[in-house]
Design a protein around this ligand. Structure first.
Ligand code: SER
Length: 320
């Protein structure tokens, strides 16, 4: 029987992945944890506790006490926020992962770990179209540097200590449930909320900034499929490239107008423009598609339809 620990369960990915894993493995077997409080649906559908991944003693006790067999370590400082406090962000992103890797090495019950990497591992010397799995990688952000270093550590623990750690280089993830906060791809979420609430949006990257993105449902499916795959089918033990679609603010705003005809967008690029420009516009994920037999289901039209409908539902619910 699997007993799963989620670290960062109150965050953008964790708040959706926790509920999905509970459906599969049973509510009582999925332990949601975070440094901050979680939404009621997380707290009421199964165990929730405050846990700081930086506290290695508490972490190892928790894992032993609850006989944890799988860990999803989702807590991190995103790219934009990390640039504001680079050294602190480096410590949180790296030390957190190192604590997890050590626990997975030391505690025999722990059979698998998931940790998210990112398109931020790429840099301006990476080919901008269909960035290959193995390529030049010279990230210019502290977030990207920490993700790339962490990928190397994951492969090191996998080869040297046989820790079964699995990872995906997520593109920007689009969701309506929990905001990401401090990422360079956040505009692709903000644009929908502002379009519905205010009918206008001031975007922090320029109109034609094309970036790799994916709808959260696809990301969750990809993640669970990776974790459920036979280890012998996996050819990558650092992090797989993962690709959904490429989106620019101009493309998204045009699509939003199907639902909000008077929507207007203006542009005030900030420091995140440079980060966006250093990342590829699309990613080649043929290794993942081959090993996992997976493909995304959401294109731009479907994403827009779901985002608009769900945000409208949230607004309606908040008024009643
Ligand atoms: N979405 C993340 C960010 O923008 C990239 O992994 O920081």
């Amino acid at each position: 029987m699997e007993r799963i620990l989620i670290i960062g369960a109150a965050g953008q990915i964790g708040s959706e992945l926790t509920l999905e894993l509970r459906k599969i493995y049973g509510n009582a077997n999925v332990y949601a944890t975070d440094v901050k409080d979680a939404e009621l649906d997380i707290k009421e559908s199964g165990p929730f506790q405050l846990l700081d991944v930086m506290d290695d003693k508490h972490l190892i006790h928790f894992v032993i006490r609850h006989k944890i067999t799988q860990i999803y370590h989702l807590a991190a400082v995103l790219s934009g926020n990390a640039e504001k406090l680079p050294v602190q962000a480096w410590h949180i992103n790296m030390d957190g992962l190192m604590n997890i890797l050590e626990v997975a090495k030391l505690v025999e019950d722990v059979k698998k770990v998931f940790w998210p990497s990112s398109i931020a591992v790429f840099g301006s010397t990476t080919p901008r179209q269909l960035a290959p799995q193995v390529t030049y990688m010279e990230p210019s952000t502290v977030y990207g540097i920490s993700k790339l270093a962490a990928e190397r550590w994951c492969e090191y623990y996998s080869k040297r200590y046989h820790v079964d750690i699995r990872s995906l280089r997520y593109p920007g993830l689009i969701s309506y449930k929990t905001e990401p906060g401090g990422g360079t791809t956040d505009w692709a979420i903000e644009i929908y909320f502002e379009a519905i609430k205010k009918r206008n949006y001031t975007c922090f990257v320029e109109a034609e900034t094309l970036m790799p993105m994916m709808f959260m449902d696809d990301a969750i499916k990809a993640t669970i499929s990776l974790m459920e795959a036979e280890r012998s089918n996996l050819s990558i033990h650092s992090a797989y490239n993962l690709s959904g679609l490429s989106m620019s603010p101009a493309l998204v705003s045009m699509d939003i107008k199907r639902h909000v005809p008077d929507f207007t967008i203006s542009y005030a690029p900030d420091f995140r423009q440079q980060i966006a420009d250093s990342w590829p516009q699309s990613v080649d994920d043929r290794n993942f598609r081959r090993d996992i037999k997976w493909k995304p289901a959401f294109d731009l039209t479907r994403i827009t339809d779901v985002m608009v409908a769900e945000i409208r539902k949230q607004i309606k619910a908040s008024l009643t």
